[in-house]
Design a protein. Structure first.
Length: 300
């Protein structure tokens, strides 16, 4: 982005759009950009940052893939200026180039949104439900989100059964774990759009003695059909875990509700069949708090 954040000389480009897509129409600025852009009344206001964020906000579920010309027209900027901003966002990891020289949002944008959600509404909505399930089953219950190749443990309630200390790993809130070695991480990887999943999978380090990337891909393909993900000692010996999807109002899978147990107290099959339905029910309750509704819940 330009280093002259507060004063941009005339380049023939119209002012950048605001965050909702409208052009900025200050006559003095349109006349030649000779004055600082100070929408907040502060000379330190950064137009470069505003333009960069405006570009990111052009990408929507309806228009996930856009080219330089489309972005330039939407924002009222020249194509050369738009291209410069886009290349910077690609270098920073917020955009990536897709097919036909067009661009889409990259995983770093997702990480920002999930980090914000994890620190506020998700934890608040999930807490009473994971506490209730933890109280009923005695195993460790938590909720996590995907952040690049790792999961972020948003909140968790420790179990009280024998052997739980050995598998709880003394994890604090917002601890991180490798996604492909956890049930929650595998579930969240499984629900990623294929391009994002391939991008993340390409950078994963194989688990020593664990499944190959080919086997992991097969496992991920089955997870949406089964409704649950599981892990069997892949993170630490004796740690069994299952995870169920948490959905938002837009029906996207935005988090995973998980349960962990020591193998001395229950088998993986027992965890799946005996406690899996209760975990799914808990995940559904959290989803409802986030605004998610099943098809049969909408008024006919």
């Amino acid at each position: 982005m330009s280093t002259h954040d507060t004063q941009v000389k005339s380049s023939g480009a119209l002012p950048a759009a605001t965050s909702n897509g409208r052009r900025l129409t200050d006559p003095a600025l349109e006349a030649g950009w000779d004055e600082p852009l100070t929408l907040t009344g502060e000379a330190r206001y950064s137009q470069s940052l505003e333009r960069g964020l405006a570009i990111l906000e052009c990408f929507t579920p309806e228009r996930p893939l856009q080219g330089i010309a489309e972005l330039a027209d939407a924002l009222g900027m020249s194509r050369s200026t738009t291209h410069r901003y886009v290349i910077t966002l690609v270098a920073l990891g917020y955009l990536r180039q897709g097919e036909r020289r067009k661009y889409r949002l990259a995983l770093r944008v997702t990480g920002l949104g999930l980090a914000a959600m994890s620190s506020t509404s998700l934890r608040e909505h999930a807490r009473p439900h994971i506490e209730e399930l933890g109280r009923r089953c005695g195993y460790t219950v938590g909720v996590a989100v995907l952040d690049g190749p790792e999961i972020l443990c948003v909140d968790r309630v420790g179990g009280r059964r024998r052997g739980q200390r050995a598998v709880d790993l003394r994890l604090a809130k917002l601890s991180r774990l490798p996604a492909h070695r956890t049930a929650a991480g595998k579930l969240l990887l499984a629900y990623l759009p294929p391009p994002e999943q391939r991008e993340l999978m390409s950078g994963l380090q194989p688990v020593r003695g664990g499944a190959s990337k080919k086997a992991l891909r097969s496992e991920l393909e089955a997870i949406p059909l089964e409704g649950l993900a599981c892990s069997d000692g892949e993170l630490v010996p004796g740690l069994l875990a299952i995870a169920a999807p948490v959905r938002s109002e837009s029906r996207e899978v935005v988090a995973a509700a998980g349960m962990a147990a020591h193998s001395s107290t229950i088998s993986l099959q027992g965890l799946l069949t005996e406690l899996g339905p209760h975990l799914i029910s808990t995940a559904d309750r959290i989803s409802a708090r986030l605004g998610y509704r099943r098809d049969d819940e909408y008024p006919g």
